[in-house]
Design a protein. Structure first.
Length: 295
């Protein structure tokens, strides 16, 4: 994936609700925003960085290519020219499915001000592309009518755990689980296809049979079209963040997590068991046909 920007940037200060650190917002100039992706035909990222500050976020790896002094979750790079860059690409790009987004949450708080995702999604649908949204934000609710009118969209949310208190620890600035469920219900009611990502499933927190059954029941009750699952994976900069959170809230899990992430034999055994539990929960809730693979 390419994310090009010039060396110059402009800091923009803005307020945030809640007990969070005010993120540093920079405007950058992007050469491209639509790029080939393993997550679909293409991915679209109008922002770099993410205010949700999820402890397990894999997108931290982007800091290897675009270093920041601020910790992950405390900065956002705004591709202010995203619509202009996109229209140039669409003149020669072959239509396909576009994953929104792969290196940030397209509906993080800054989108309320900038509306770059909205502008680009409208353009994509107009050019015959299918837009596949995956978010942890309730802000997407405001765009459901737009997606329904375009008739080329699927709306998905990520749910890591059905427990609100655990979700708040791991995903401190994302929408509540109840709000994410509301997104799926509203999108389905508007006639849109829907998807849910249950992941990363957290060892000792949201990967047991009972919790997986609760998650699959959510997908069943909301008539979700596609269900993805994912295990906690080792990615650059992820383990220090996960370890720091566990040290605060569940120190007894540090060593088990270390073994599952760094010991290949333990990991293979764990993943085999996790797959069995996922498939059993899906079968029990009669949604196995909608399960798009297991970790």
């Amino acid at each position: 994936m390419q994310q090009e920007n010039g060396p110059a940037c402009r800091k923009i200060s803005r307020g945030n609700e809640g007990p969070r650190v005010k993120p540093v917002i920079r405007e950058i100039v992007a050469k491209t925003v639509l790029n080939r992706s393993k997550l679909g035909d293409y991915s679209l990222n109008c922002y770099g960085g993410c205010e949700h500050a999820c402890a397990y976020c894999y997108a931290r790896f982007m800091q290897r290519f675009h270093p920041h002094d601020e910790p992950w979750g405390e900065f956002v790079d705004v591709k202010a020219n995203a619509p202009e860059a996109l229209v140039k690409q669409l003149r020669r790009a072959e239509p396909g499915g576009v994953f929104v987004s792969s290196a940030c949450d397209a509906y993080q708080p800054i989108e309320r001000e900038r509306r770059l995702t909205r502008a680009c999604a409208q353009m994509l649908m107009r050019y015959g592309f299918d837009v596949h949204v995956l978010t942890k934000s309730a802000l997407v609710l405001e765009d459901i009518p737009m997606y329904a009118a375009g008739r080329r969209a699927r709306i998905g949310v990520t749910i890591t755990t059905p427990d609100e208190s655990a979700a708040r620890l791991w995903e401190p600035h994302a929408a509540s689980v109840a709000k994410r469920i509301e997104v799926l219900r509203t999108a389905k009611g508007a006639g849109l296809r829907t998807a849910v990502m249950f992941g990363p499933l957290l060892p000792g927190i949201s990967d047991d049979g009972e919790t997986l059954d609760r998650l699959m029941a959510i997908a069943r009750d909301l008539d979700v079209d596609v269900i993805w699952t994912d295990a906690l994976n080792l990615r650059p900069k992820v383990w220090p963040s996960v370890q720091a959170l566990l040290a605060k809230v569940r120190p007894a899990l540090i060593e088990p997590y270390r073994g599952l992430l760094f010991n290949e034999a333990k990991r293979e055994k764990y993943l085999a068991g996790l797959r069995r539990r996922i498939e059993a929960a899906a079968e029990h809730n009669k949604v196995a046909s909608r399960l798009a693979g297991c970790p």
